[in-house]
Design a protein around this ligand. Sequence first.
Ligand SMILES: [Fe+2]
Ligand SMILES: [Fe+2]
Length: 435
Amino acid sequence: MHAQYQTATEQLAEAQQALGDSTVFIRSVTELADKREVFASEDIFSRGKIKLVNRGVKLTGQFYERLVAHKLLKPIEQSIEIAGAPESSRIIALVLDEARKIPSLQLFGDGLIEQLGGLLSGVKIPEQLAVKISIMQEERPRLFTHSLLAAVISMVLGIRGKLAPRELQKLVLSSLLHDIGELYIDPKLFDKQRCLSIDERQHVYAHPITGFLVLRECSTLPRGVAEAVLQHHERLDGSGYPYRLSAENISRISRYLAVAEVTSSLIEKHGADKRIGMKFRMNIKKYDPEAVTTIFRLLENCEIDVAQDFDESRLAARLGQLGRLFTEWDALLASCSPAEATEIRSIARRLDGLRMMVLEPGYDQHHLNDLMDIAGEMDPDVCIELTALQDELTWHFGALCRGVERDQRAGVHIPEGIRSGFDAWLSQVREFVGE
Ligand SMILES: [Fe+2]
Ligand SMILES: [Fe+2]
């Protein structure tokens, strides 16, 4: 066994605990109450029928302790009213504003924004979810922008994929709500600077299930939305989570949502440039090919902009190190007895996957260090592609280290005969990824 993720049952337990506890979400509500007017729209009771807040009382941050000292009879969002919480029409206007900020959307023609507006006018966001979106907007602005951008991109994918209007509306709702489960996770865990422990990472991985559990309770939400949210980190080759579903079991809406939300994250990280195309080319078996083609077309005419402080020699060195990690792994594998090779086959499979990520866009894993020479003097196109390749492989080698660590904690060990060779290789990987 070599697991990056917990089992689906463990992730479900994790999600149920986050929801049952709800302290993170209640903190967001009470923090918001210090900035905006939040009222109790009805008496708030604990499960033990103790009245905690009277109807009509204006909440403040000071209510936090009282509310989390008890398990609440109802989820808090059902008992509050937020003054000026955006209604459906306001949220839709925000999505359209976001669409106007993406220059590459113009490639699809001037009428696109109007077309989006027309489709979105039929979308109704249930009230209790509008409260959550409002909390997201105030307390998790980055998550809010990410969700809006994902909604815009998924609409473009849906229109290109000729989805029926009803399906398109489900797609946009799923996109807006896809990370709603994150509202139940400590925001510190999303700090980009923070290096997550294995346990913290598991909290984060549970968010599709948490989101699904929240949305399942909302009876007015169209069928298929909660399921799409549950599946948004599933990948067509079965490498996703929480259920490692394979292509035929992932809904079409989810496939589009997956491509849209990854694109949204990459645009937030790099701006709309060709690195995004590279990321998809390296992971071509994971994503819906039709949706990926649309993304390629979106980015085709993007300006290439290599940063002023771009360090060519560092990139060459990193690629050289990557090449050596592959070569030395092959040597280690060649030294294994058949029994030893069987015991480490899950890691070997993972390395094969990484190798494919290099081969798919047309590179060779053993000659990565030669690439800069081939690229010549700062060919911006190639530099951007190689930087993306390097970034992506760094992330995956980091994930591999964490997977090995998790296995070791679970008592799965590397066979004695190759342990020292394996440890030496792994410490090179750790050094490479900076862990
Ligand atoms: Fe997510
Ligand atoms: Fe997301």
